[in-house]
Design a protein around this ligand. Structure first.
Ligand code: 3HC
Length: 303
């Protein structure tokens, strides 16, 4: 059955080579997924070779783990490793028909990246963004071919989370949307087509949960209490463990976007920002350990 709002699947264009802009954790996770599921070459770039190498190391490590667990045969593992390559030379995107960015969540940075890439790729190649809460339309505002633009939002951990939010903007062509839906299907994910509104659907709901958890903290309820109180209602993880998973800076950024868009509906937490400034994860081993939190400089938190 065709998902709501999806165009005719016959319009989908073949994807024979994938470009991934950014080699951070999110980008590396889905680069691996593209190689595993589409079995096409996947090219990763980043600002410098050390970032690229870090992404490639992560991918090779994950492939090794899957092989050790018996989920990939040695042949498959070698084939997938050979499909993924990394460089700082963006001109190698020229023959990609699907390019997706997952660079820093700042509008100007993402616009700049698209401005750099568009003259390199073919007129029909799709440009996708994995933005979690910026406006997809604004990211692609300067494109010569805005019909190729689509939001393609993955969730953490990419290998496990079954959903992709496909964000259609007014300029997105039926061909681009059909290609995005076909790609999501090949990746083994469920896709929903969402409007280009702040937080799309999932982050709008999650920002509420995370924001209210942060409010409870600001109002003096200790973090472990908030965490423990929510576990028995069946959530796979508590709100702060989830923030750890997606990254404190990402969570704070999503929160900022939601507060800016709907100031009367979302809560701006000082503590969320202070915690985001401190590197490293909080939860699991550290969660609730007063001394660890204060040593890490997280003094604003009342535990
Ligand atoms: N990478 C790859 N695989 C992973 C993984 C990772 N980072 N983390 C867990 N897995 C796999 C494990 O290998 C395991 O697979 P197996 O059963 O085949 O061996 C499976 O997931 C289950 O893992 P565990 O048994 O270790 O742990 P849990 O059963 O507790 O599940 C979880 C872990 C799937 C992460 C679960 O806690 C969960 O669903 N948490 C909620 C995650 C969530 O809500 N994500 C969305 C965040 S929002 C976002 O990303 C958007 C962004 O824009 C902010």
């Amino acid at each position: 059955k065709r998902p709501a709002g999806a165009p005719d699947r016959e319009l989908a264009q073949p994807v024979k080579k994938v470009g991934v802009i950014g080699a951070g954790l999110m980008a590396s996770q889905f680069a691996l997924l593209f190689a595993r599921k589409l079995r096409v070459p996947v090219l990763i770039t980043d600002l410098d070779q050390s970032r690229v190498d870090k992404g490639l190391d992560y991918i090779r490590g994950e492939i090794d783990t899957m092989q050790e667990k018996g989920r990939l045969s040695p042949d498959d593992a070698n084939q997938i490793k050979a499909l993924v390559s990394g460089t700082t030379d963006k001109s190698l995107y020229a023959d990609c028909d699907w390019v997706i960015e997952a660079v820093f969540e700042e509008l100007g940075v993402k616009q700049q990246v698209f401005a750099e890439i568009e003259p390199i790729i073919s007129e029909t190649a799709v440009l996708a963004t994995n933005t979690s809460s910026l406006s997809v339309e604004e990211i692609g505002a300067n494109l010569a071919h805005p019909e190729r633009l689509v939001g393609f939002h993955f969730f953490n951990p990419v290998a496990v989370m079954p959903l992709i939010e496909v964000v259609r903007v007014p300029s997105t062509s039926d061909e681009t949307l059909a290609t995005a839906m076909a790609v999501a299907k090949k990746l083994g994910k469920s896709a929903v087509i969402t409007a280009d509104r702040p937080g799309f659907v999932v982050n709008r709901l999650l920002a509420k949960v995370m924001g209210e958890a942060a409010r409870a903290l600001d109002e003096g309820t200790p973090m472990p209490v908030v965490e423990r109180a929510l576990a028995p209602i069946g959530l796979p993880m508590g709100p702060f463990e989830l923030i750890d998973l997606v990254g404190w800076k990402v969570a704070a950024h999503v929160q900022d976007t939601m507060v800016a868009a709907f100031p009367e509906r979302f809560y701006a937490s000082e503590n969320l920002h202070r915690l985001a400034e401190v590197e490293g994860p909080l939860s699991k081993s550290k969660l609730g350990k007063v001394e660890d939190l204060s040593k890490a400089g997280k003094k604003a938190v009342t535990i």
